[in-house]
Design a binder for this molecule. Structure first.
Ligand code: SF4
Ligand code: SF4
Length: 490
């Protein structure tokens, strides 16, 4: 269907937009910012905060630009003296009972009240009376805390539950200056997309239990990436400082996840910070020894040369990037010349899925694993050893133990049972520390970027595979054990 364009003028700029567009959206198209609290591009417009009022030439009174559709020849002014005065009054009204506890508020630094106060108010309060006090620490559910005093009743959180999660879990109660956001009696905010209420709240009323008081937001760097939590591949921002991730936020992509992510993905970042393998090691007589990368490569090459290379199997993993998987497949086909190409993957009990974002496959890259021709490890044939990427699922680990197949080498970012029993262990970066791509369930290939350099002595799989190829094609160098004995289970 061809949409007719409407031409209008906003602050002297001509702009053409499809019929039905609101003035606020037309202004965004023209590069003009109209302040707003209750409007969100991913939610239905309700026009309740009154911050986005604008003047339309020949119209008797200002209109809410988020709900007013454009019309042909309309002339809009967004920042006249009258409009500035209205915004100042809206700000004063919103701040009358506001607690102004910015120093301890997690939203400080990304708060619309703070921003618009600087733009439109910037005068001391005239309110001499006692402020209405409300509850400040209400546990709304697994992940969200509510401070009722900070709420400006924009209703974004109610609408995100209704329109995105499809549930009625939040509502406004009471009237006037006693209006407050609340759950229904005896109920919790428990939908699997509840974390999005925190993102859309323009102030510090809804805060993230996981992130509360951990970091001032202005210290955080943002890196675009893709969630590895399931095969949807939702677009995310990694918020980090130095070598630590503090939170994941959704990144807009209309083809994949729009403005949203599920809570499973949002809180699935802990493994990046915890339980990491930071140095190469070898297992000797059930004792782990930390070694240099060179020594680890030498040791693995030595073990592999103990028999025919094509009797060694490789195990890919659907958690790794296209580049890593391709490097392993190339190595298996051209260096080992093996037919034993398997894969393992993250398996969870009773995986949650829906017809919105969450898929039952909790791996970001099964599509690429399949494309390269890796087969499930459950079909494991006779091999004299395995090279493993990342980890093995419990069922695959059981299979390997039953068949008494030794794990000769593993490339892993985190401690796991397969790493504990591998003869040689190479630390690798997580998805947050490398460039690459994931191919999602719909065949869409998306880029991930490195938030910071690999931790410890982690290196890309392709780098050690190149060195291993060299060693396998020349005489093995003599191996000297380094003197760092450790307990067998790190
Ligand atoms: S919501 Fe904004 S203005 Fe209110 S206390 Fe938090 S940072 Fe300050
Ligand atoms: S809690 Fe936040 S999002 Fe919800 S109505 Fe209040 S200010 Fe708006």
């Amino acid at each position: 269907m061809i949409m007719t364009d409407i031409t209008l003028t906003i602050d002297g700029k001509q702009v053409a937009v499809p019929k039905g567009t609101s003035i606020l959206q037309a202004a965004i198209t023209a590069g003009i910012t109209i302040p707003h609290y209750c409007w969100h591009p991913g939610l239905k417009a309700v026009g309740n905060c009154r911050m986005c009022l604008v003047q339309v030439e020949k119209w008797p009174k200002p209109v809410a630009s988020c709900v007013q559709p454009v019309s042909e020849g309309m002339v809009v002014k967004t920042s006249t003296d009258e409009i500035t005065k209205i915004r100042k009054s809206v700000m004063e009204f919103l701040l009358i009972n506001h607690p102004l506890d910015c120093p301890t508020c997690d939203q400080a630094g990304e708060c619309r009240l703070q921003d618009y106060y600087m733009n439109y108010d910037e005068v001391p309060s005239r309110f001499a009376e006692e402020k209405v006090s409300k509850n400040k620490m209400i546990d709304l559910g697994a992940n969200v805390m509510l401070d009722q005093e900070r709420c400006i009743a924009c209703t974004r959180c109610i609408r995100v539950c209704q329109e995105v999660a499809g549930v009625d879990e939040l509502t406004l109660a009471n009237r006037g200056d006693h209006t407050m956001i609340t759950t229904f009696p005896g109920k919790k905010l428990s939908n699997p997309y509840a974390g999005n209420t925190i993102d859309v709240c323009p102030v510090g009323a809804l805060t993230n239990k996981d992130f509360r008081f951990k970091k001032r937001v202005w210290f955080l760097e943002r890196t675009p990436s893709v969630c590895p939590g399931c095969s949807r591949g939702c677009n995310i921002e990694i918020h980090h400082e130095e070598l630590k991730v503090y939170r994941l936020l959704p990144r807009y992509n209309p083809e994949v996840n729009n403005y949203w992510i599920c809570d499973e993905g949002r809180y699935g970042y802990k493994f990046i910070n915890e339980d990491r393998i930071l140095r190469p090691r070898i297992l000797e007589k059930n004792i782990s020894h930390l070694v240099s990368s060179d020594e680890a490569v030498d040791r693995l090459a030595g073990l592999m040369k103990g028999g025919a290379l094509d009797e060694i199997g490789v195990v890919a993993n659907a958690q790794e990037t296209n580049e890593t998987l391709q490097a392993l497949a190339d190595f298996a086909k051209t260096v080992l010349k093996t037919r034993h190409l398997y894969f393992s993957r993250r398996e969870v009990e009773n995986p949650v899925s829906d017809n919105f974002l969450m898929t039952a496959d909790k791996n970001p890259n099964q599509a690429f694993v399949d494309k390269l021709g890796f087969r499930p490890l459950s079909t494991l044939k006779e091999v004299r050893g395995l090279l493993v990427l990342n980890s093995l699922s419990p069922a695959d680990m059981k299979k390997v133990i039953e068949k008494k197949v030794p794990i000769l080498g593993i490339w892993a970012s985190n401690e796991n049972p397969a790493a504990h029993s591998s003869a040689v262990v190479f630390p690798i970066p997580t998805y947050a520390e490398q460039e690459g791509h994931f191919t999602n369930v719909r065949g869409l290939t998306q880029k991930i970027t490195a938030a910071y350099p690999p931790r410890g002595e982690a290196r890309l799989v392709s780098e050690t595979l190149e060195e291993l190829t060299e060693r396998l094609q020349t005489n093995a160098r003599s191996y000297t054990q380094n003197s760092y004995p450790l307990s067998p289970h790190l």
